[in-house]
Every structure is written in structure tokens, then in C-alpha cells.
Design a protein around this ligand. Structure first.
Ligand SMILES: Nc1ncnc2c1ncn2[C@@H]1O[C@H](COP(=O)(O)OP(=O)(O)OP(=O)(O)O)[C@@H](O)[C@H]1O
Ligand SMILES: [Mg+2]
Length: 579
């Protein structure tokens, strides 16, 4: 705020100084020309005054630049921070799967660093030019009152032309957003360590390189078309400016010829007119630029206005509702779910989870296991049906209340390039070190001893840390869920990357920890199913059965087949050598 006020005051002053200087110099000339006895004192006074004005004028520009850069930094920070906050505040995942969301985000992020700065610079320019134009018109009004009309016309024409150019460029950037994103994606691929191995062993790098050039060429050619058109537009506005300048000069010549003007006044008029000419062109240009910046801000505010909620049906939300975790009861009533892209994932799912029950979900790849979990986490709303928690539809609770219940290990868990500690506590402010060490043991994190910085070791290579094996990363993800220690454990193949000994030990730990908690776990490993009270069997999005392991084994052919195929593999391994 203080910065903005200082900036405005400084700009207004910087716009007035040159005009004051012109006025003082014209008074000085008049004094010299008209008085017979030149008073040294008056000349000295004028010269000192002029010197002070020039000095101020020269000194104020670096000061304005300083204020402007500081303000621009702050504006850029606020915009970027609001984009991060908004993205994190969006409760569901649907937006993140939509192309137009990413296109919008791409265009906002790609311009977020210069548009706010440009806005500040343009506003500064506008204010400065406005002050100059007003001061010029005030100075000239008594001599050429009709000049204000010419000034207005020139500004409008110039502003229109520049704003048209800005709109064309903006439309073009919207249109090429997908291609630009693809280019960014390709360049990110080539520096992403996760892809480095395959890119070197498969012949894709040539393809990527060609694709990058092809996309660049497309964007370049369409920009070239616009740039060519833009070369022609300013001719028109320069013509208008030229005609009005000539008209004013002609009028001045007439005045001089009639002897109506004194030498001082002529100097004043000529200097002011030249100042006015520059300011008018620049003012029109700044208005045009401004309209371009506003298009960015329109997009930015549309982005901020996007709904953050997952459930769109109006409900009487009682945000103060708390969930009794001791009697946590969950039910899926007639749930069907189609992804926003139209892909059917679940159909007619009906089951209940009793307090502290351990439910395993099994089924082939693509059966809908992860989708079901995503619905329970509130990442999507079901297409039909209701998920209830303790008898109430999930949407009646504040989503944060529901999410506070859940300690998850996702199938595609995150690997954060942060310290080991932050990877586990995830920003928890209580930061309980004792608890953390216990968790490390439970999650079989025995590799910390080799870390130079222990818990504060950076993980991942991007910030100079140590990388972990996939299994070690998965142990970190497990530790994260154990640290959160919420009432509902949701584990989506939590041990898929672990060696059998670690898996066995960790499942023992889960057995102990989850004793007093409701647990839903997805698994392909039927030997871990012993931990489950009941098993939900899914196939192609449908609920095939929900029952105990023994009941399913006896009565369900698909389950028996799944179980026996794995059991026979284990038997094979025991009897036959692998090679
Ligand atoms: N974000 C998504 N958008 C559209 N379709 C999706 C999305 N995620 C998954 N699907 C589709 O939904 C179906 C169920 O996927 P889901 O991830 O739930 O399977 P899953 O049972 O967890 O399989 P897996 O054992 O391989 O993890 C699949 O056909 C899948 O292609
Ligand atoms: Mg899955």
C-alpha cells in the first residue's frame, strides 16, 4: 500500500517537472526579451529554479524504477501464490484431468511472471502520460483550445490499434496453448530422471526432437502472420498523428505571423507540443497494452472463480458436523461412477463397512478398486448413489472433516523432493520426533543409518539429495500414513514394491496398528488377505461378491480361480527351480 502511494506521488511529480521547466524557461526568455534592464537576481532565481527542476527530474526516474520493481515483485508473488492456493483448494481431481483446465493454467502460469509486472509498468506509464498530457493541455488551452479534441482523437485511434493487436496475440496464445504445453512436456521429458533410462534405450529421442521442431514451426508461422499484420497497423495511427501535428504547426505559424505570440510563448508552445505529441502516442499505446493485460487478468479471475467443490448438488451442509470415529460406519448405496471423460468405472456397488472392520478389495487390473477409493476420499462425486458416513451422505460433512479421517497409502504415492522427515510428517506442525522414530521402525525404514543428515536428508536428486529404491519410497509412503494415524486406513496395494520379508513384517505392523481402526486395503497378493475380515470382489466395475475368505473360496468361482492361480505359483516356486 505504502509502495503504491509513494509510486503514484512520484509519477505525478515526474509528469509535472518537465512542464514546470518549460514554463520557467519561457518566463526567463520573456524576461530577457521584454525588459530593458535585466535583473541579475531574477535571472539567477530562474536559473536556480530550472536547475532544481532538472535535477529532480533526473533523480526521480531511478526512484520510480526502484518503487515500480519492488511493487511488481510483490504483485507477481501475490498472483503466483493465489494460483498455488487455488489449485490446492480445488477439492476434486476432475479439473486436473481436463485439457481446458491445463490450457488455462498453462497460459496463466506462462504469463504470470511478466503480465503483472507489465500491468504495473503500464499503469505507471499511463499515470505519467496522463499527468503530462493534462499539464500540456492546461498550458496550451488558452492558445489552442481545439487541440484537446485532436489529442483525444489521436489517443483513441492509437489505443484501438494497439488493443486490436493485443487481442490478436492473446487469441493466438489461447489457440496454441495445447501445442505449447506439448512443447513444455517434451522439454521436461528430456530432463526428467524418471524417463532418462527409457529415452536412452528406446529410439524415442529422435521422435521427440522432431515433434518439438514441428510444433515450434506451427507456432512460429502463425505468430509470423500476426507480426506481419502488425507491421501495417501503426502506419494508420502515424498518419493521424502527422496530420494533427501539421495542423497545429500551421496554426502556430499563423499566430506568429499575426504577431500574437511573444518569443517566450513560442518556445513554450513548441516545447509543450513536442512533449504532448510523445505523451499522446505513448498514452494511446499504454491503453492498448492495458487491454491486453486485462485479457490476462480476465482469464486469471475466471480461474480463481472455478468451483472448488466436488459435489454440485445443493445440500444443507452442517459444517459443524463431526464424525464419531469410534462408531465409524461407511456405506456405498447403489454407487455407479463414470469418469468425467465418459469412462465407466463402477456400477451398482452396495456394501457397508462396520466400525473397525478390515475390508480387502480384490479384482483384476481395471476392475475399479482405486476408483472406489477415490470416491471415498471425495476426489469425485459418484454419478449415481450415495456414500454415507455414520448414516449421513458424505457431502453433508465438511470435506476436511472427512479427509482428516483418512490415512492413505496410494498406489501412485508421491515421492517428494523434500527431507525424509517432511516426506513423513507432511508439514505437521507438532513435529513429534519420538513418534517419528517409532514409525520409522514400524515401516521398516532401516536405510536411514547411511544418511549423512539422518531425518533431514533430502530425498530425490533434483535438490542434491539421495534417491531411494521404489520399495524404499513405498516404505516412506507407508510411514506417512502411519504417522497420520487417522481412524480410517486406506491402503491401495501398499506393499506392491516390497520384498517378501519387508511385506510380511509391514503387514504384521498393519495388523497391530489397524486393530482399533477401520481399514480398507486393495491387494493383488492373496496371502495378505488373511488380515481382512471380509473381501469385496470387483470385476469390470461390478460388485461380484462381498464375504469372508472362506465363504468366497467355497462359493465364488472367480475368487477361487484367482486364489488358486496364486497359490499354485507359490507351490511351483517351492518345488521347481526358477532356472
Ligand atoms: N482418471 C481416469 N479417467 C478415466 N478413466 C479412468 C481414470 N482412472 C481409471 N480409469 C478407468 O477406470 C477403470 C477402473 O480403473 P481403476 O484404477 O479403478 O482400476 P483398478 O482396479 O484400481 O486397477 P489396478 O489393479 O490396475 O490398479 C479402468 O478401466 C481405467 O482405465
Ligand atoms: Mg488401482
Amino acid at each position: 500500500m505504502l509502495l503504491s502511494v509513494l509510486l503514484i506521488v512520484s509519477i505525478v511529480a515526474s509528469g509535472i517537472f518537465p512542464l514546470l521547466a518549460i514554463k520557467v524557461s519561457s518566463q526567463l526568455i520573456d524576461h530577457i526579451v521584454t525588459t530593458n534592464v535585466i535583473a541579475t537576481q531574477t535571472i539567477l532565481y530562474h536559473l536556480l529554479y530550472l536547475g532544481a527542476l532538472w535535477l529532480m527530474h533526473d533523480l526521480i526516474n531511478p526512484w520510480i524504477l526502484f518503487l515500480q520493481s519492488s511493487l511488481a515483485d510483490k504483485v507477481v508473488f501475490v498472483i503466483n501464490r493465489s494460483i498455488i492456493d487455488k489449485s490446492n483448494a480445488i477439492q476434486g481431481l476432475a479439473y486436473f484431468e481436463q485439457q481446458d483446465f491445463h490450457n488455462d493454467l498453462q497460459i496463466i502460469l506462462s504469463q504470470a511472471y511478466h503480465k503483472p509486472v507489465n500491468l504495473v509498468v503500464t499503469l505507471v506509464g499511463l499515470l505519467r502520460d496522463f499527468t503530462l498530457i493534462v499539464s500540456c493541455i492546461v498550458l496550451l488551452f488558452s492558445k489552442i483550445s481545439w487541440l484537446s479534441v485532436l489529442v483525444l482523437i489521436s489517443i483513441v485511434v492509437h489505443a484501438k490499434i494497439i488493443s486490436k493487436m493485443q487481442q490478436e496475440i492473446w487469441k493466438e496464445s489461447l489457440g496454441r496453448s495445447t501445442n505449447s504445453r506439448m512443447m513444455n512436456y517434451i522439454s521436461a521429458l528430456s530432463i526428467n530422471p524418471s524417463f532418462a533410462k527409457e529415452i536412452r534405450l528406446f529410439p524415442i529421442s529422435n521422435y521427440l526432437s522432431k515433434e518439438y521442431s514441428r510444433l515450434f514451426q506451427m507456432i512460429y508461422l502463425s505468430m509470423l502472420k500476426i507480426r506481419r499484420r502488425q507491421l501495417l497497423w501503426p502506419i494508420f495511427s502515424c498518419f493521424i498523428s502527422l496530420v494533427s501535428n501539421l495542423a497545429v504547426l500551421l496554426y502556430l505559424t499563423l499566430l506568429i505571423k499575426n504577431g500574437t505570440l511573444m518569443v517566450g510563448a513560442i518556445t513554450l508552445l513548441l516545447q509543450t507540443l513536442s512533449q504532448l505529441h510523445q505523451s499522446v502516442l505513448s498514452f494511446g499505446e499504454q491503453i492498448g497494452w492495458m487491454s491486453g493485460h486485462l485479457l490476462f487478468f480476465e482469464k486469471y479471475f475466471q480461474f480463481l472463480d472455478r468451483s472448488e467443490q466436488v459435489y454440485t448438488t445443493p445440500i444443507t451442509k452442517k459444517s459443524s458436523l463431526t464424525i464419531n470415529t469410534e462408531t465409524l460406519h461407511i456405506s456405498f448405496d447403489n454407487i455407479s461412477f463414470v469418469y468425467p471423460d465418459g469412462r465407466k468405472a463402477l456400477q451398482d456397488i452396495n456394501f457397508e463397512i462396520q466400525p473397525k472392520e478390515k475390508l480387502a478389495i480384490v479384482g483384476a487390473n481395471g476392475a475399479g478398486k482405486t476408483s472406489l477409493i477415490k470416491l471415498l476420499c471425495g476426489f469425485y462425486a459418484p454419478t449415481t448413489g450415495i456414500i454415507r458416513i455414520n448414516g449421513l451422505p458424505i457431502e453433508e460433512y465438511d470435506i476436511q472433516e472427512v479427509r482428516a479421517l483418512i490415512a492413505p497409502v496410494f498406489q501412485d504415492f508421491g515421492t517428494y523432493a523434500l527431507t525424509l522427515k517432511q516426506n513423513i510428517i507432511m508439514g505437521d506442525e507438532l513435529d513429534n520426533e519420538l513418534k517419528l522414530h517409532e514409525i520409522l521402525k514400524k515401516a521398516e525404514i532401516n536405510f536411514i543409518d547411511v544418511f549423512k543428515h539422518g531425518l533431514n536428508q533430502n530425498l530425490g536428486k533434483v535438490f542434491g539429495g539421495t534417491d531411494l529404491s521404489i520399495g524404499q519410497w513405498q516404505k516412506v509412503a507407508i510411514a506417512r500414513a502411519l504417522y497420520k494415524n487417522a481412524s480410517l486406513f486406506i491402503l491401495d496395494e501398499p506393499t506392491a514394491a516390497l520384498d517378501p520379508i519387508s511385506e510380511h513384517k509391514i503387514f504384521n505392523q498393519f495388523g497391530k496398528i489397524c486393530k482399533e481402526k477401520t481399514t480398507i486395503f486393495v491387494t493383488h497378493r492373496l496371502n495378505s488377505i488373511k488380515m481382512a475380515d471380509r473381501i469385496l470382489l470387483l470385476d469390470e466395475g461390478r460388485q461380484i461378491a462381498i464375504d469372508t475368505h472362506h465363504q468366497l473360496l467355497q462359493h465364488n468361482a472367480l475368487y477361487r480361480e484367482m486364489f488358486e492361480s496364486q497359490a499354485s505359483q507359490y507351490a511351483d516356486l517351492k518345488t521347481k527351480p526358477i532356472y
